[in-house]
Design a protein around this ligand. Structure first.
Ligand code: TYD
Length: 135
């Protein structure tokens, strides 16, 4: 199975303020179909506990910081995102959730598909069954 990995984005340093950007198929390995963002997260809340059968995604902490926890059957990894010029690429088929949001954290999620509820696996036991049976 493919693994989640941090990707560093271009950073154009400028005295007037820095600039970063993402182009699909150049900086991230999929075509961008959808973007959404998570914000105003109350302290201690957890978002995004699920896996996607098809969707690939790239998550950036545009402001503030949070952790992305990635799991599969055997491993668990924690990625701390706290800079707007790098992000986490997550291939399809991995369980993930976001936690430890700082005040004013803004999580940008760039996705490879439209929103399809049928693509979600929202229960971790179902996810383990999916890995065993359906993949
Ligand atoms: P969801 O992905 O379930 O968020 P979380 O896993 O953090 O709880 O999305 C929450 C709600 O928002 C859910 O009812 C579906 C809706 N939603 C859309 O309509 N379009 C989207 O692109 C996304 C990401 C969510």
């Amino acid at each position: 199975m493919a693994i989640a990995e941090i990707i560093q984005l271009p950073k154009i340093l400028d005295e007037r303020g820095n600039l970063s950007f993402i182009e699909d198929k150049i900086h991230i390995p999929f075509k961008i179909i959808r973007s959404y963002w998570i914000y105003d997260v109350p302290g201690g809340e957890i978002r995004g506990g699920h896996a996607f059968k098809e969707q690939q995604e790239f998550i950036v902490a545009l402001t503030g910081s949070f952790d992305v926890i990635i799991k599969d059957r055997t491993t668990e990894q924690r990625f701390h995102l706290n800079r707007s010029y790098y992000g986490l690429f997550i291939p399809n088929g991995l369980w993930r959730h976001l936690e430890n949001f700082s005040t004013n954290a803004l999580a940008l999620v760039i996705a490879s598909t439209n929103y399809h509820e049928a693509d979600y696996i929202r229960d971790f036991e179902h996810y383990l069954d999916y890995l065993k049976n359906d993949k």
